[in-house]
Each structure stands twice: as structure tokens, then as C-alpha cells.
Design a binder for this molecule. Structure first.
Ligand SMILES: [Zn+2]
Ligand SMILES: [Zn+2]
Length: 368
């Protein structure tokens, strides 16, 4: 049974009610969205069959980004990997799952602690009293740490603190905007931001009830599900989930179809963790963001880290400033990576390459 505490109870229990308020990370805020704000399933995700009884809920762009989810049917229940950024989004997917099966949701698996991957957990926990929430030990720690990064219980407070200013800015932008289509888009964003704030205030965090620290095989209702702990990459607690028979892997944000978000990550270790993942048998990747990808995407994604780290080290040796590096390296690597990493309205090459250069410079070059 998952205890459903209020946000404040969890914070009080952790002694973190006074958690420091930082600004939101702009990389994780989406500003390019369709003008409509209804929460019908198609607006939120596209449910794709990846193998028999295995689905990917591929998130649609929204003002507040949602992650993809993976849905695994078994003979005696359903397993959902990651739960979007808010309960209303998780509820829509849950209702869609209910149209496919009446079996209970028996497990939620969180790939990492970021806000857009776990804040919908409570929907499944509320509706399925026996549900287990699984994550790595490190993710469980990150979810309750004050300074882990862009996720966890303290980060809910940070989002709540930051949203009124964001809403105020949207209202000003609406006043100033004269183009009807852009105005409608901003109005949709405002509505989504206000609804998101209301949801955050009522969140009842459903934290992991079971943690793992090493690679573990689950045998669930006729299906083998392997949980892989392969090292640090996107966060200190990344979990990969594979189905060896169905040849599917669920990667969270350690392997995505967008540019990587590195701020809470370990760029020097990331390629090695992906090399460990390459030893796992799979043909289809359900990434944390973007569409289902073939196995070959792993090599493309890993090569970006190798090339980026080499370019930053070389530029640093040549005495380039950080600002020079951002422009120069962004241009240098664009031929190989810009098209492949700019397929969606979010997480595009030019939006993130400068930030990636900065993280590599501070964590790999200066931190070395
Ligand atoms: Zn994410
Ligand atoms: Zn993430």
C-alpha cells in the first residue's frame, strides 16, 4: 500500500519545508504548443504498439512538457514506466489503459527523479491500492533531497513558487500580442500554466515503495522484465527497463530523441553507461522524449557526447572563452547532429547545444 501523504506532510517529515527556492530550468519549459488546451488523449500522447502487449505513450508537445510512458501488459496486471508531469496527464493515459484491459496497475517504475517523469504517480497509486512504485535507491534519495536538481518533492515547492511570475509574464505577453494565432497560443499556455499550478498545489507525492541498487530480473505474469542499473548518465540514479523476449528497452532521459539535458547529469560517464546498455539485447527504444527509435539511435546519441567532450577539451586547450566555445562548437558539430536532434518543437539542437557545452566545460574540463 502506498501512503499518500500531502506534499506538506512529506516536506515536514523530511524537515525540508524551508527548501531553498531556485529558478526553474528554462530547458524543461515548453513554449511551443498547439493552441488548444483540452486534455483529450490525442492532445497529450499517441499510444503506439511496440510489441505484443507493450505500448509507448509518446507525449505530444504541451506548455509543460510531459515525458513518454511505457505500458507493459502482463497476465495479472499492468506495469507503467514513468507517469508524466502531472496527475491529469497520467489520468488520461490510465483511462486509455482501462479501455485495453481491466487488469489492475500493479507496478509503476520511475526511470529517474525529474519532475516530468513522476509527478503523475499518485493517479495509479490512488486507483490501485496494491501498486508498487519502483526506482533505484539513488532516485528515491534524489526525490527527497533538497538540491538534487529539477525534480523531487522539494522541487514541487520550487515550481509553485516560480509559477506566479511565469503566469504574470504570460498575461503581459497576451496584452502585447496583436497576431491572433500567437495570442490564442499564449492564451492556451496561460490556461495550461494556471491549471498546472492548481494541480501542483494538490499533489500527493507517491514515492517509491521498493528500491533496487543492482540489475534485477522481474518475472511478472508471464513476462520477463529486466531492470538495469548500469551507471550514471542523465542522473545519478538512471534505471533502464528491458524486455529481453520482446526486444524493447525503456531508457528514460539517458537516451532520448531530443538533445540531451545534462544539467543534473554526468557527461563524462554517460557514454560508458550507454556502452553498457548496448550489451542488452533490444531492437526498439522507448525513449523519455521523442519517438520510438531503432537500436542504431544509441550509437548516434553516444557519439554526440564523445564528439562534444573532445571539442570542448580542444577549445579549452586553445584558450577559447566559454561564449566562444558555445558558438564555435555549436557550428562545428551541426553537420553531424543538427538534423537528427531537431525533429520536434522541443529539445532541438540549437536550443540546447550551448547549455551542453557549458555543462561539459564545468563538469568535465574544469571539474577534471
Ligand atoms: Zn524528461
Ligand atoms: Zn530527465
Amino acid at each position: 500500500m502506498t501512503p499518500l501523504w500531502t506534499r506538506r506532510q512529506v516536506l515536514a517529515q523530511m524537515g525540508m519545508a524551508a527548501a531553498a527556492i531556485h529558478t526553474l530550468d528554462p530547458h524543461e519549459i515548453c513554449c511551443v504548443t498547439p493552441a488548444h488546451a483540452e486534455t483529450a488523449g490525442k492532445d497529450l500522447f499517441d499510444l503506439k504498439k511496440v510489441a505484443d502487449g507493450v505500448y509507448a505513450a509518446i507525449a505530444a508537445p504541451r506548455y509543460k512538457v510531459n515525458c513518454n510512458a511505457a505500458v507493459i501488459m502482463t497476465n495479472d496486471g499492468v506495469i507503467v514506466c514513468d507517469s508524466h508531469s502531472k496527475p491529469s496527464a497520467a489520468r488520461v493515459l490510465y483511462e486509455e489503459i482501462r479501455t485495453i484491459t481491466k487488469q489492475p496497475i500493479k507496478k509503476i517504475i520511475n526511470t529517474h527523479f525529474h519532475w516530468d517523469h513522476w509527478q503523475g504517480n499518485e493517479v495509479y497509486a490512488n486507483a490501485n491500492p496494491g501498486v508498487e512504485v519502483l526506482a533505484t535507491e539513488r532516485t528515491r534519495e534524489n526525490l527527497t533531497k533538497a538540491d538534487a536538481g529539477v525534480g523531487g518533492v522539494p522541487y514541487i515547492e520550487k515550481q509553485i513558487a516560480a509559477l506566479p511570475a511565469e503566469i504574470g509574464k504570460l498575461k503581459e505577453d497576451i496584452q502585447r500580442e496583436s497576431d491572433p494565432a500567437r495570442k490564442a497560443n499564449l492564451e492556451s499556455n496561460l490556461q495550461q500554466a494556471e491549471e498546472f499550478l492548481a494541480e501542483l498545489k494538490n499533489l500527493k507525492p507517491a514515492l517509491p515503495t521498493r528500491t533496487i541498487s543492482t540489475t534485477t530480473m522481474l518475472r511478472e505474469g508471464g513476462r520477463d522484465i529486466q531492470l538495469h542499473v548500469l551507471g550514471r548518465a542523465h542522473t545519478s540514479g538512471d534505471l533502464f527497463i528491458s524486455l529481453p523476449k520482446e526486444k524493447v528497452v525503456v531508457t528514460g532521459d539517458a537516451l532520448i530523441d531530443w538533445m540531451p539535458f545534462m544539467n543534473d547529469g554526468y557527461p563524462a560517464e554517460w557514454p560508458g553507461t550507454l556502452t553498457a546498455l548496448e550489451k542488452v539485447p533490444f531492437e526498439h527504444i522507448i525513449p523519455g522524449h521523442g519517438d520510438v527509435r531503432p537500436r542504431s539511435h544509441l550509437a548516434f546519441f553516444r557519439a554526440y557526447f564523445v564528439d562534444l567532450i573532445a571539442a570542448v577539451k580542444k577549445a579549452a586547450r586553445a584558450g577559447a572563452t566559454l561564449e566562444e566555445m558555445k558558438t564555435k562548437i555549436g557550428d562545428e558539430l551541426s553537420g553531424k547532429y543538427e538534423t537528427g536532434f531537431s525533429k520536434y518543437p522541443l529539445g532541438r539542437y540549437r536550443d540546447r547545444v550551448g547549455g551542453n557545452v557549458e555543462v561539459v566545460y564545468s563538469k568535465v574540463v574544469k571539474g577534471a
